[in-house]
Design a protein around this ligand. Structure first.
Ligand SMILES: Nc1ncnc2c1ncn2[C@@H]1O[C@H](COP(=O)(O)OP(=O)(O)OP(=O)(O)O)[C@@H](O)[C@H]1O
Length: 254
């Protein structure tokens, strides 16, 4: 895919694959184009952004020529953004109900929808927040509600933009465990800055720099000290520790 604004390519002929059954981590420096890619896939780029190329999910085009209608795409793709809109007066439960909106036809909200909303709140660890207005929630609590809304949508593809932001270490692990369960029967793509977290929890890593894909594959093939130096300009020492990967960073010698 390519995305350009005012003639500048934010995403430059980037091509990558996120299989079902896997967690795919999009990593790269600030401004590399990770969020823009997720927004292009979800179809929520601003009008003035020009796009090219195609995005395919289960053989259907999400963007590009012959793309699915927006409502159909909204049923299949859920995006949890870093700065998702939160109407402060809505309760968490009301916000999560919005996840069912793309599935509604004439009849509106059903008992089945209600069950899915309660299950989504519970799965995202937000059941205890259900009656609280969003305006009162902490950053981490709000993040859990946004995840619950995406779960209620029952998407075929789940996109998470920096999902561990605002979460304390315990909730990060809860979320990653949930993401692991969800990835069993759909592709899950998440952007992350923490390369050790990506190396530990993702099955595949897509390394992005200046709108282009620099490398794609299993974490230890993609996240090498050489690539980290080339893309981020820092020295990295990578250790496979029990239970995960640890990375120590140093500034490059002048
Ligand atoms: N709507 C927009 N109009 C113009 N430029 C934009 C727009 N959205 C993003 N950009 C620019 O596109 C580039 C990529 O931004 P993007 O948010 O996709 O990067 P990112 O890799 O997600 O970065 P970060 O890690 O900092 O969140 C940046 O230079 C940004 O300033």
């Amino acid at each position: 895919m390519t995305v350009a604004v005012r003639g500048r390519a934010l995403v430059d002929a980037a091509s990558w694959h996120a299989p079902t059954g896997a967690i795919t981590a999009l990593v790269g420096p600030n401004g590399a184009g990770k969020s823009t890619m997720l927004r292009a896939i979800a179809g929520v780029l601003p009008e003035r952004a020009r796009r090219g190329g195609a995005v395919l999910l289960d053989g259907a085009a999400l963007a590009g020529p012959g793309a699915l209608p927006p409502r159909e795409r909204a049923r299949r793709v859920a995006l949890v953004e870093q700065t998702a809109d939160a109407v402060p007066q809505l309760t968490a439960r009301e916000a999560v109900r919005l996840g069912r909106t793309p599935h509604h036809r004439m009849l509106g909200f059903s008992l089945g929808d209600e069950r899915l909303v309660e299950a989504a709140l519970a799965d995202a660890g937000a059941a205890g927040l259900a009656d609280r207005p969003l305006g009162e929630l902490s950053g981490g609590e709000l993040q859990r509600v946004h995840v619950a809304r995406a779960l209620a949508q029952q998407p075929r593809l789940l996109l998470l933009d920096e999902p561990t932001n605002h979460l304390d270490v315990a909730w990060q692990l809860e979320l990653l465990q949930l993401v692991r369960r969800l990835a069993a029967d759909r592709p899950v793509v998440m952007t992350v800055h923490d390369l050790a977290l990506a190396a530990t929890h993702a099955d595949r890593v897509v390394l992005v720099d200046r709108g282009r894909v620099v490398a794609e594959g299993v974490p230890d093939a993609v996240l090498t000290p050489e690539r980290i130096r080339a893309v981020y300009g820092v020295e990295a020492e990578i250790d496979a520790a029990p239970g995960g990967v640890a990375i120590r960073y140093r500034r490059m010698e002048p």
